[in-house]
Design a protein around this ligand. Structure first.
Ligand code: AMP
Length: 280
């Protein structure tokens, strides 16, 4: 595996890459979710680039940028073992040398949920992903459906800016008890970790309600009801949305159930796509 630390090194390394070139963007602290994206990329691409960059732009002032888990040596070993061809590991100065006068902002799909809870977050995501696409020049880019609103934002940005990258959404990888694998799960103490799977279970309750009644509002109530049973969990939102716009579900279309909740100091999100086959 080759390692690039500067944009110039990265461009040199991909100048003669055999195409299609696959790309997986990460903030490191690699886990099975990240590695599943590499596997998908390897299946569909001749070469795979992974970026490891904790992007300060997408963290709010009171969020966990400083304490975000970082272990470059371990990450590079895991990436190499999984068959990544090139790791791009830039510093913050390399990515943002002259300040931040330009940013990419996607409206509409960012209005609610993660966009509303984390002001500026999706501007940070869109800006860094646009930069990374410009630096790496991939044909396909692999993103986890675990961050479904992020996938919708990146898809919208790629369409609106005519960026020649195919965005591939990959399924959420879960722990045996259903909790979505996340770097932030490491923040949970024992009691919080035990309570956390309710975030996944509430999505099942929402699905059962939706399949039964075909009513997004009833599905939302069922999710909230399931979450109420767990006193350690503070719900931020539980909703049924259209997976592309994150507005209300479209009759006949797919419904995405989404949830965000906080356990102690740790904020977790999850979602479940449901094909309701024209019921709503
Ligand atoms: P992050 O390092 O958190 O920015 O995540 C990098 C990529 O890994 C994003 O596309 C995430 O959606 C994806 N990812 C994170 N957790 C999971 C998971 N449990 N299953 C699948 N993909 C994931």
């Amino acid at each position: 595996m080759k390692i690039a630390r500067t944009i110039a090194e990265m461009r040199d390394l991909t100048a003669n890459s055999s195409r299609p070139l696959g790309f997986v963007a990460t903030m490191g602290a690699l886990h099975d979710g990240h590695l599943s994206l590499v596997r998908a990329a390897r299946e569909q691409c001749h070469e795979v680039v992974m970026s490891i960059f904790v992007n300060p732009l997408q963290f709010g002032p009171s969020e966990d940028f400083d304490r975000y888990p970082r272990d470059e040596e371990r990450d590079l070993k895991l990436a190499e073992r999984e068959g990544v061809d090139i790791a791009f590991v830039p510093s913050v100065d390399e990515m943002y040398p002259g300040g931040r006068a330009t940013s990419v902002s996607v409206s509409g799909v960012t209005d609610r949920y993660e966009g509303a809870s984390r002001p500026g977050h999706f501007d940070g995501v869109a800006t860094v992903v646009a930069k990374l696409f410009g630096i790496v020049g991939p044909d396909l880019a692999f993103f986890g459906q675990k961050d479904a609103q992020q996938v919708a934002v990146v898809r919208r940005m790629v369409t609106d800016l005519s960026i020649p990258v195919e965005v591939v959404g990959c399924p959420t990888i879960r722990e045996p008890d259903g909790l979505a694998v996340s770097s932030r799960n490491a923040y949970l103490d024992d009691a919080e970790r035990k309570a956390a799977p309710v975030i996944h279970r509430c999505l099942g309750a929402g699905r059962a309600s939706l399949e039964d009644l075909g009513e997004p509002a009833a599905a939302e109530s069922a999710m909230l009801e399931a979450l109420r049973g767990e006193p350690l969990v503070r719900v931020e939102y539980a909703a049924a949305v259209d997976p592309a716009s994150f507005g209300p579900p479209v009759p006949g279309g797919q419904v995405l159930l989404i949830v965000a909740a906080t356990l102690g100091r740790t904020r977790l999100i999850d979602n479940l796509p449901i094909d309701v086959g024209g019921q709503i």
